[in-house]
Design a protein around this ligand. Structure first.
Ligand code: FES
Length: 491
């Protein structure tokens, strides 16, 4: 796609946003992800150090620059790769396993909507409240993604005067989703969950405490209000309660969905994303924590990395054959493909257990134009180690060894696609979890459904909050020690 970007204040990336062109940028203009690369067709300004680090010499010569680095101080003729801006190519997965318990249906006349607001995607379900029947589902992308793929970028933007803008985005997304979901059904109630940042942005709440130590939330309690005030439709809404600033209502909802708080067996719930959120426990006590994995699992900071879009390599096989999302031409590699590629490189001894590339090419080739560099492997190691160290801290603080954990629930879209054998091989998950891992999907949406449909459910939320203790990993020496240890790959 070629276009003229007129002179304005800010960077080319800002100017593109002003034209309603949103590039998927994991770092939100911090100059670290390299995903805002555009080709300047007239005279490109001299390349900055960051551009030299993130763009190949040949591409710099051809006029490629980072849109977040170029001041929009003149009119530029640019070419933008459409796959960077095409939302429709995103693969959105929203499913969840069902868990039986003895909860009874709170039957009532009318319809209800369950909503999970994810950092990347938003999922909505419409139910007939008389019999609890699921009538329709709809998923869409969270258009706040244009302001960065992780919660830190969103908090940053909100705190720099962008709160109103981010609030408008989420409200508009929810209205769009509801328009698709509803025909002439009258909504009596809606239940919503999401991480603490998403719920703050939805309620236009001050986010200044979320991003700085000691990481305080403006609100964590359940909120009940009038849907007319929030989304201009009749009915009542409930926002589920969160546990802490980084273990939000989405995880509480996931605990409620999987019944961890009702069983004797000790389970771990893990949701892997840019923020790895996890919980361990049973009916007596639960410990939660969040660990900053960074954007590598979503393709951020990886030279050929991509989110889960069509054309992203999501599977690499030992015979070097690949599978892409949508069976399209390979455009790059997403998180699940990365795990496979690294497990295979370790098995073939192209990579040693410190993460050092041992072959002469000094890259791990996946196709003739998609590869991993030494820097990519280091980025991946940081992400992997953050998740694994979080799991280890959780088990140590709970006083249990991996072999004694009864069940491991892997939540989220990423959990659905990863090759578990390879995840165990590279040490993302402890080997003792083998045979106990269940892919449970969007447990936040599952918990929302339960809250919407069943009796006495508020008591469950209160009970989970009363037995859940959150660990803050900032400055935790145990976490730092384990983080260093798990930078290595297990073989
Ligand atoms: S947005 Fe420009 S490098 Fe990430």
């Amino acid at each position: 796609m070629r276009m003229l970007i007129k002179k304005s204040n800010g960077t080319l990336l800002d100017a593109l946003k002003a034209e309603n062109i949103y590039i998927n940028v994991p770092c939100n203009g911090r100059g670290t992800c390299g995903k805002c690369k555009v080709k300047i067709l007239d005279s490109a300004p001299p390349a900055t150090m960051a551009e030299k680090n993130l763009i190949s010499f040949e591409e710099l010569e051809a006029g490629f620059r980072l849109a977040c680095y170029i001041p929009s101080d003149m009119t530029y003729d640019v070419e933008i790769d459409e796959k960077l801006i095409s939302d429709k190519d995103f693969s959105i997965v929203s499913f969840y396993e069902h868990f039986d318990d003895n909860t009874t249906l709170n039957s009532m006349d009318g319809y209800g909507v369950g909503i999970d607001i994810g950092t990347t995607t938003i999922a909505l379900e419409l139910f007939d409240l008389r019999d609890g029947k699921l009538l329709k589902t709809h998923t869409l992308l969270n258009s706040q993604r244009a302001y960065g793929s992780d919660v830190i970028s969103r908090i940053d933007h909100a705190n720099k005067g962008g709160l109103e803008e981010l609030n408008e985005k989420i409200i508009s997304d929810l209205k769009t989703g509801l328009k698709v979901l509803l025909n002439d059904e009258e909504i009596i109630k809606a239940t919503l969950a999401g991480n603490t940042t998403m719920l703050h942005l939805l309620m236009k709440a001050d986010c200044s405490g979320l991003g700085v130590y000691p990481f305080t939330a403006n609100f964590l309690d359940m909120k009940v209000g009038d849907l007319a005030e929030l989304l201009d439709i009749p009915g009542q809404y409930t926002l589920l309660a969160g546990i802490s600033t980084y273990v939000g209502a989405d995880i509480l909802s996931g605990i409620m969905h999987t019944n961890m708080h009702k069983n004797k067996s000790i389970c771990i719930l893990i949701d892997i994303g840019t923020n790895g959120e996890m919980a361990i426990g049973n009916q007596d006590s639960i410990i939660t924590l969040a660990t900053a994995a960074g954007p590598a699992f979503e393709g951020g900071n990886i030279s050929c990395g991509l989110g889960s879009i069509k054309g992203a390599i999501c599977q690499v096989n030992p015979d070097k054959t690949i599978k892409t999302i949508g069976d399209q031409e390979p455009l790059g590699i997403c998180g699940s493909g990365l795990i496979d590629a690294i497990a295979i490189a370790l098995a073939n001894e192209d990579l040693d257990d410190t993460g050092f590339i041992e072959n002469d090419e000094e890259i791990i080739s996946i196709t003739d134009h998609i590869f991993l560099t030494q820097k990519d492997i280091r980025e991946f190691q940081l992400a992997k180690s953050a998740i694994r160290a979080g799991i280890e801290v959780l088990m140590i603080k709970y006083g249990i060894e991996a072999k004694n954990v009864d069940k491991v629930y892997l939540a989220g879209g990423f959990g659905k696609f990863i090759n578990l054998e390879n995840a165990l091989t590279i040490g993302l998950l402890p080997k003792a979890f083998n045979g106990k891992i269940y892919r449970v999907g969007n447990t936040s949406l599952g918990g929302v459904r339960k809250f919407l449909l069943y009796n006495d459910i508020e008591k469950e939320v209160d009970y989970i909050k009363s037995i859940a203790k959150d660990l803050n990993l900032a400055h935790d020496p145990l976490f730092n020690e384990l983080f260093m240890e798990h930078m290595l790959f297990e073989q």
